[in-house]
Design a protein around this ligand. Sequence first.
Ligand code: BES
Ligand code: ZN
Ligand code: ZN
Length: 491
Amino acid sequence: MKVSFIANKPVSSGTAIVFAGQNMAMGESAKSYSHSTQANFDAALKASEFKGESGKFFETFVMSGAKAVRLLVVGTGKDDTVDYEILTAKAVKHLLPAGETTLTVHMGSDASADDAARAAVGARLAAYRFDAHKTKATLTKTKQIQTLKIAVDDAAAAKASYENYHGPVCDGQIYARDLVNTPSNVLFPKAYAAKIKELESFGLKVEILGEKKMTALGMNAFLGVGVGSERESQFVIMRWEGGEKDAKPTALIGKGVTFDSGGISLKAGNGMWDMKGDMGGSAAVVGAMIGLAKRKAKANVVGLVGLVENMPDGKAQNPGDIVTSMSGQTIDVQNTDAEGRLVLCDVLHYTVTKIKPVAMIDLATLTGAIITSLGHEHAGLFSNNDKLAKQIMTASETTTEKTWRLPLAKAYDKLLDSPFADMKNIGGPAAGSITAAQFLQRFVGKDTPWAHLDIAGMGMKNTRHDPRETTFGTGFGARLLNRWIADNYEG
Ligand code: BES
Ligand code: ZN
Ligand code: ZN
């Protein structure tokens, strides 16, 4: 989709979207379309009973010069603040079946440069499709929006806001969606690492550690997850160095289980296909790094992802096996399906001891229990640091990537006691997401501000309520992480 920003005047081709508040309080751009065929417009509007209610539509054709233009009037309701991103996404979703290829979105006079840029983001997210594995025969059945014009009073300022921030961040989110949607026979650890390596063209530095190097580091908890797979595990470290030379970095960490069969603690077959998306945390980190690099963020950030496939076979680890993590702590692997924490514990320890970040956030599709707690509306947020938790909640609000804080507390620790090792990797039926976070905390220590986002309900969705979500992979997190860094580490 080609995005441009133009002066806020009527266009004479394609589809135009205009916004109207309660009782049809319309902006100038909307009025000028209606003036062209006033009598017809008024009669059609009356028949439609549309009164500018929030999120409702009135669709008609108007004459712009000698040409007919499809006009979609989008209600903004009584609210003073209009969310142009969501309303534009809603409008685009409504228009997609019409097969329109050119779209002009006329912003209301209240719209800021940021609103206009976000309208473009809303349109892109709503028009997103994952076409990589569809043949031409299927693809030609539906047309795509090729050209998107955002018509706004200060087009130059909107363009700058889009190109310097919102566009690159959206590129990262869309990349993350593609990763999550890609099946595990295509996106296995080595293929995934190779794809990340290609991102060096954006100015990222990418280091790939294979199983030999991980063995030398003692990352046995991580390695244990991959031993049942034919595919080699990969630990990938990405660096974006846009800040002061000696400024300590922040670290972003992602669970990248390219397929989670459960291992010997095999999952049930029904719905198991969703587990191609068990690398959603890593996708958010990769997407975030793309956003940072493309917008040339003035910060130093290290992204670390643990890529592994969790499979059962003759070499796979068994329930009850004991592994020694990189930190030296031993783990009784009572359930091979609680593998995300085994990957993350070594990556977290590596980060704290080798990267020594000022703060770090991990993202993981870690527990089914977080879906029981928060559904598909909020990611679970856990942190050992109130300031960091607050920063994330703020970024969460501005990006609409919602999070909800849950507790970490010593009282939960006893649930991880094992008679055979320093801890076991499951905590039993109670407080499943909390015991998982509590497990991770043991590898972080007290000195590094750390937050954990359990995105099992947010990284992938089979049901959609938000018009910006169009496929399984949401790309959740890429945007939140960029906002967090922009707000707190870019001066
Ligand atoms: N990848 C799953 C968690 C998950 C479940 C993500 C549903 C997305 C949707 C994770 O590795 C897992 O299997 N967790 C187990 C942990 C249990 C064995 C303690 C779970 O949640 O059932
Ligand atoms: Zn699992
Ligand atoms: Zn998993």
